[in-house]
Design a protein around this ligand. Structure first.
Ligand code: 13P
Length: 241
């Protein structure tokens, strides 16, 4: 059986104290799953150093769609690679919603990651209004469409995975149902190919992680709030088998 992926997304949360607490606790165990934590830029190097003796991976939550140059405030893929970052989330719904990231910008960001050999975690997901209007599938297909261009250039399943995160399930305590997850993961795998890992994200907790990861087509989870709680997050890592 393939290893599940458990990825924590700290969002704009954290401190040196939290790093010590969560990372120490999570590192105290070993897991069958591949565990990663995506932390804010200022903490990447600290976490990288703390993880040096563990097999946990460290990741970022976004990246510039441009190469190095006159782009004040941006962080390039090359810089992330340079400091030992291993994976990067792109296209999170919060980036799309609050910072206007388009599907094309997300594909550009992924292209920058691939150029320097960083693994991408591409988030897709529909809003509640889109789901209620029967447009969830069309929205996901639109978000996947630019990825096909990269795949045509030889980008395969070893370079990125997809995280299905319904916007209405993020931070609400209301995870998608087994049927909803199975249907959308099936759609994504039919679109990209079954070799691509598809993670689920949205109100994942230690209490529901095992059930979610047992759904066919679920190759792991992307965890927000619960990744800030050392007990919850290590529980999710253990639930991954
Ligand atoms: P929650 O786990 O807090 O619902 O957040 C999910 C998420 O957005 C992970 O990227």
């Amino acid at each position: 059986m393939q290893r599940k992926r458990v990825i924590g997304n700290w969002k704009m949360n954290g401190s040196r104290g939290l790093i010590a607490d969560v990372i120490d606790r999570v590192c105290a165990d070993s897991y069958a799953a591949e565990v990663s934590v995506c932390v804010p830029f200022p903490y990447l190097a600290d976490v990288r150093n703390q993880l040096a003796r563990h097999e946990l991976k460290v990741g970022a939550q976004s990246v510039s769609e441009y190469d190095d140059g006159a782009y004040t405030g941006e962080v390039s893929a090359r810089m992330l690679k340079d400091i030992g970052c291993e994976l990067v989330i792109v296209g999170h719904s919060e980036r799309r919603r609050y910072f206007g990231e388009s599907d094309v910008a997300v594909a550009n960001k992924l292209a920058r990651l691939l150029e320097v050999g960083l693994f991408g975690v591409v988030c897709v997901g529909e809003t509640l209004a889109e789901r209620d209007a029967g447009k969830a599938e069309a929205r996901i297909e639109a978000q996947l469409a630019p990825l096909h261009g990269l795949m045509a250039k030889g980008c395969d399943a070893s370079k990125f995975c997809v995280a299905y995160e319904p916007v209405w399930a993020i931070g609400t305590g209301r995870a998608a149902s087994v049927e909803q997850v199975a249907a959308m993961h099936g759609l994504i795998k039919r679109s990209l190919g079954s070799a691509f890992d598809v993670l689920y994200g949205g109100s994942v907790k230690a209490g529901n992680a095992a059930e979610l990861m047992a759904i066919p087509g679920v190759d792991g989870v992307l965890v927000g709030g619960a990744s800030l709680d050392s007990k919850e997050f290590s529980g999710i890592c253990r639930a991954a088998g």
